[in-house]
Ligand binder design. Structure first.
Ligand SMILES: Nc1ncnc2c1ncn2[C@@H]1O[C@H](COP(=O)(O)OP(=O)(O)O)[C@@H](O)[C@H]1O
Ligand SMILES: [Mg+2]
Length: 329
């Protein structure tokens, strides 16, 4: 399979009382053409900063300390910013939780799509208008001719997110990053927007990185799952492996702490004891070890590498024995 996006050993830091604190730590993953990958983890685990790095939108005082990001075979981090501007929107696009942050509140939505089309092509005003109406139709906006002239405040959150998707896809990118893009929507609308992204991805062979703290959303949408904890990738693999047989104690704890009626309601919801570490106070060894009920001295002494076990990658020294004694599934 062709890798459209590869992240290699990415580290990102923020300012802290001790100087700088690492918030994304030696992160590596890849997305294959046409795959939908869910990036999950609690708030603060480094998901959004990872997404911003992919879009080259990391700004001081946050900084990328190490790593490479490849789109196809081009290293985007070493590319001239001037050159990267042609890539953003045309090869990789992103949508956010709040569609209003991507829209101009005082410009008609159709005109905003026209602007984005004209940035990426030589279409005339009339051609761009026709394409924009097509885009509105393709993201499922009813009466697209009429809706072209609506202002953002005249549309619902779900419709606005569709407009943002139309803009994000107007340059026909190969990769779409959706960072909590359905989090603010009610459940029904969330479902419809996810179904739309799914349909567009299938039609266009788009690869999607779906970032969410909602495991239900990730499970419904993704082919593969990446689980992040405190800046580290702790487990990754196919959605079935990860959600039906988690191996990493953090993944297991995250699934057990899910508050969702679609899973077995006879099972108690367990919260994960303790708190994720503050960026300036990261534990030594395995970052999850202070909260892990299976931790042993080795776990706080050194960092467990990601290893292939039970058909997925897991960074846990105890993965094999916990799996075999049935502790983690
Ligand atoms: N601009 C910033 N300045 C300082 N710290 C930041 C900044 N942006 C994010 N962080 C910190 O980096 C960590 C990762 O943040 P983020 O990537 O937003 O997490 P997530 O999206 O998983 O919730 C958090 O501890 C957050 O407080
Ligand atoms: Mg975030």
């Amino acid at each position: 399979m062709t890798k459209v996006l590869s992240v290699k050993n990415l580290s990102i830091s923020v300012p802290s009382s001790q100087g700088r604190a690492t918030v994304v730590d030696d992160l590596s993953f890849a997305i294959e053409a046409g795959k939908k990958v869910g990036l999950v983890g609690e708030s603060g685990s480094g998901k959004s900063l990872t997404a911003l790095a992919l879009m080259r939108l990391i700004k001081s005082p946050v900084q990328i300390d190490a790593g490479q990001i490849f789109l196809g075979d081009r290293n985007v981090l070493s590319m001239d910013m001037q050159d990267f501007r042609h890539i953003r929107g045309n090869e990789i696009s992103m949508i956010y939780q709040d569609p209003m942050s991507a829209l101009n509140p005082i410009m008609r939505v159709g005109q905003q799509i026209v602007e984005s089309i004209q940035l990426q092509s030589n279409a005339t005003g009339r051609q761009a208008r026709a394409i924009a109406v097509d885009h509105l139709a393709s993201v499922g906006i009813p009466e697209p001719e009429r809706r072209f002239d609506s202002y953002p405040f005249e549309m619902s959150g779900g419709m606005l997110q569709r407009v943002v998707i139309a803009i994000a896809l107007s340059g026909e990118p190969k990769v779409l990053i959706a960072d909590e893009a359905t989090t603010a929507l009610d459940v029904t609308t969330q479902d419809r927007v996810l179904t739309l992204i799914d349909k567009l991805a299938a039609e266009r062979g788009l690869s999607v990185l779906l970032i969410t703290h909602d495991l239900g959303v990730a499970a419904q949408f993704s082919d593969d799952i990446l689980v992040m904890y405190a800046g580290k990738l702790v487990e990754c693999g196919s959605v079935n492996q990860i959600f039906s047989q988690p191996v990493h104690p953090y993944t297991k704890a995250l699934l057990d702490s899910r508050c969702d009626y679609t899973i077995d309601i006879t099972k108690p919801i367990k919260s994960i004891a303790g708190q994720p570490p503050r960026p300036d106070n990261r534990p030594s060894g395995c970052v999850f070890s202070p909260r892990c009920e299976h931790a042993q001295p080795q776990c706080s002494a050194s960092v467990p590498p990601l290893e292939f076990i039970q058909d997925r990658y897991t960074a846990c020294f105890r993965a094999e024995d916990l799996f075999h004694i049935g502790q983690v599934n």
